[in-house]
Design a protein around this ligand. Sequence first.
Ligand SMILES: Cc1ncc(COP(=O)(O)O)c(C=O)c1O
Length: 395
Amino acid sequence: MSPIRPAILALEQNGIGAVAALGLGDPDLLPLWFGESDLVTPDFIRDAAKRALDDGHTFYSGPRGILPLREAISAFHKRTVGVAVDVRRISLPGAATLAVVTALQCLIETGDNIVIVSPIWPSIFQAAAAVGAEVRFARLEEDWNAAPARWHLDLEKMFALCDARTKAIFVCSPGNPTGWVMTRDEQQAVLDFARRRDIAIISDEVYGTLVFDGSAHAPSFLQIAQDDDNLFVINSFSKPWAMTGWRIGWLVHPLSLDRQMGVITIANNTGPTSFAQYGALAALSPQGDEFRGIMLERCRSGRDVVQNFLDAQNRMRWMRPEGAFYGFLRIDGMTNSLGFAEDLVRKARVGVAPGSAFGPPEDTETDRYIRICFAQDTALLAEGLSRIERALAAW
Ligand SMILES: Cc1ncc(COP(=O)(O)O)c(C=O)c1O
């Protein structure tokens, strides 16, 4: 008998990786498939990390991140959501992906379940499955008749998925891939329910500042929760500051985990990369706030390019994203998103993520979508969209 856990053997390569494997490295391919903009990390952040290297910050730096960075993160929350988060609740285990894994490790025993609002970035439900959770999907519903068309979360249906073995509800808002933003009232209802049922909330807010309604941040669970609520908030330097390759993010956790978080982060990673933390510190400076503004404008222009493109044709539509930087495009007459995305790589030289990656196989509706990242140069984006349109005509 193999000692390998069945939950690990059951994991499959997600569809984004499968499509990328076909085209990575092709210089003529337009990459819209991953969750990153085409901008290189700004130089003031790179310079700060280079200086840190030259100053000898090449040693272990402590399990939860250097104190000045944790304090700067606390100040960032104060600036963006108006809440002074106690530094004892802030830990940097490594990248946000590892923050998700850490939160899951704190909550899940084999056989427990987690309810995840979908469509959702596949690493989330794969990480949950890997720690031994049964994953239950609370799928957002399409409301095409609303003006404008919008995603809708049926809270009662989501609550009905929870039982005595439910340890966590996972919500990502603004959403990847949908751009859906959860309202304050919805958050309050989820928090009330979770408190009553002793269920934790994992709130993925890595796109929190990338919102298009003019506010500094999408509604955050931090604004309504107490220090000792079972709330885990995931955040990352990757998206607003174009730092995906740096692998650095953070976790806000219940105050009661102050001590244990040091223990678990040592066990997982000894701590985050030392010199990357100095780059992250620079990202939280006023110059970093200015760069976030530039990134948001890039996203806004990208969203406009996609909207204009959609207005001019009749086979693709979207629920216009309220935040994040993805277009989740529904294509009439296309029911095999992986096959279509593979075809786009081979014949049209454009990389997109297949909708099927963002939910379980039985969610056939999601298979009618593709996801593109629009945080790109507008000319490149427009060229990518017209390649998709041409390929669709022949599909
Ligand atoms: C919803 C969501 N959470 C977390 C992450 C991971 O961020 P990081 O690059 O810091 O691991 C991503 C990256 O795509 C994401 O889309």
